[in-house]
Design a protein around this ligand. Structure first.
Ligand SMILES: Cc1ncc(COP(=O)(O)O)c(C=O)c1O
Length: 409
């Protein structure tokens, strides 16, 4: 049987089971899928690669526990997340901390944990050196015009449009500084182009010979969920490329340095589902408007990224044996009076009825963490379930009524 079909059946079974227990909308995470992604990163070719999961994608304690069990480290960018990972048992050498415009108090807190710190400007380097004169640090590098920067979701992370990191002229002023332990880069987000990663990684490597005591290169995150054809991220191609860049660099330096990466979205993105119940159905201008018992403030990506956040939408009939073609132009709207409260727009769905179930996929990253109190809705519960090994459960027929939606790579 086709693997993704089998996963869908098991996930559907889990969704229906949890709906019997939960009153409101909830997130469901397929824990086996999170683990599978962690394993893909553990298998990367370059020896001793250290993968630091970027906790801004999902900082739920159970999510962090799985990450830790699977042998990944963590990357954080705020005090709250730093405290969360420490509570979860991560030790200083397993934590990368990077932020911008840090104050003294934050720098002291980071230092106390022993985390690897990445600094964002020459002023930040000066302040860190005054507060922690013995502690080495990494610098965030804006590789500027060395590559043609791609605009990814959220804007530019490198190049002249980006506010982040030290530009090449600033990096040059630190040349020879023995306290510079690492070079850091973040190329952008949701990228599947291996040649683009390669171009950026090689550009970062060009700074390495200037720092005689360099220990590591941190290539950051940015790994896309799937490309334009819907193909999963090419881990093998990426692994070979990154190992090649590192080997080339180490040969040039005449010594070994460590490779760090910070995958965020890709680790839990496909593992997460946002589940709500259909509470109203209207027709307007030839469109079916499906109202649910949830608000976009509980599933905020369409609110924050109205042009680019698309999630596969599935309508499950309350009657599990019912079926229907996904043939009606539809939108799913939230249960507030806010005119922009949509969870999905421009999707094709079957005819919906009150009591049906609406499931939004690819909801495991940057969704629950983006919850906002605006409009006054509860933070949805997050449920972790190993959906895939419940193989003994009775199989339901193909009743997933999936909408045809375009998901950008
Ligand atoms: C510095 C840094 N590293 C890693 C990540 C994770 O990125 P992604 O989810 O695109 O893999 C982010 C996300 O914003 C980031 O800012």
């Amino acid at each position: 049987m086709n693997r993704s079909f089998e996963v869908a059946l098991n996930v559907e079974r889990a969704i229906r089971m949890h709906l019997l227990l939960e009153e409101g909308p909830f997130y469901l995470y397929d824990t086996e899928e999170i683990r599978r992604m962690c394993r893909r990163f553990r298998e990367l070719l370059y020896p001793g690669t250290r993968s630091h999961f970027a906790c801004m994608a999902n900082c739920h304690p159970e999510f962090l526990r799985i990450i830790r069990q699977e042998g990944l480290n963590v990357f954080v960018n705020s005090l709250e997340h730093l405290q969360a990972v420490v509570r979860c048992g991560f030790t200083g050498d397993q934590i990368v901390f990077a932020a911008s415009a840090m104050d003294r108090r934050l720098m002291r807190s980071v230092r106390e944990t022993g985390a690897i710190v990445i600094l964002d400007s020459l002023n930040q380097v000066d302040l860190w050196r005054r507060i922690c004169p013995d502690a080495r640090f990494g610098i965030r590098c804006n590789i500027g015009g060395m590559v043609e920067a791609k605009k990814t979701r959220g804007g530019y992370f490198i190049g002249k449009e980006s506010r982040l990191g030290l530009i090449p002229e600033e990096i040059a002023t630190l040349e020879g500084n023995p306290y510079v332990a690492g070079l850091h880069l973040y190329v952008g987000t949701d990228i599947c182009s291996i040649p683009y990663f390669k171009q950026c990684y090689r550009a970062l490597g060009e700074f390495a010979p200037r720092f005689p005591m360099l220990d590591f290169i941190d290539f950051g995150g940015g790994f896309g969920l799937e490309d334009e054809e819907g193909e999963e991220f090419d881990f093998d191609g990426y692994g070979e490329m990154a190992a090649g860049v590192m080997r080339e660099l180490c040969a040039k330096l005449g010594r070994q340095i460590r490779m760090l990466i910070e995958p965020g979205r890709i680790i839990g993105g496909r593992a997460g589902y946002f589940v709500s119940r259909v509470t109203d159905v209207k027709f307007r201008n030839g469109r079916q408007l499906v109202g649910v018992d949830a608000s976009s403030v509980q599933f905020p990506r369409p609110l924050f990224y109205p042009d680019s956040a698309h999630h596969p939408v599935t309508l499950l009939h309350a009657d599990r044996w019912g079926n229907g073609a996904a043939g009606i132009p539809s939108a799913a709207y939230g249960c507030s009076t806010y005119s922009r409260d949509f969870l999905a727009r421009d999707v094709m769905l079957p005819r919906a009825e009150i009591g049906d179930i609406l499931v939004l996929g690819q909801a495991g990253s940057y969704c629950a963490t983006a919850f906002t109190h605006f409009l006054g809705f509860e933070q949805p519960k997050e449920i972790f379930d190993d959906c895939q090994t419940s193989a003994d459960a009775p199989r339901t027929p193909g009743i997933l009524r999936r909408a045809e939606v375009h998901i950008p790579g």
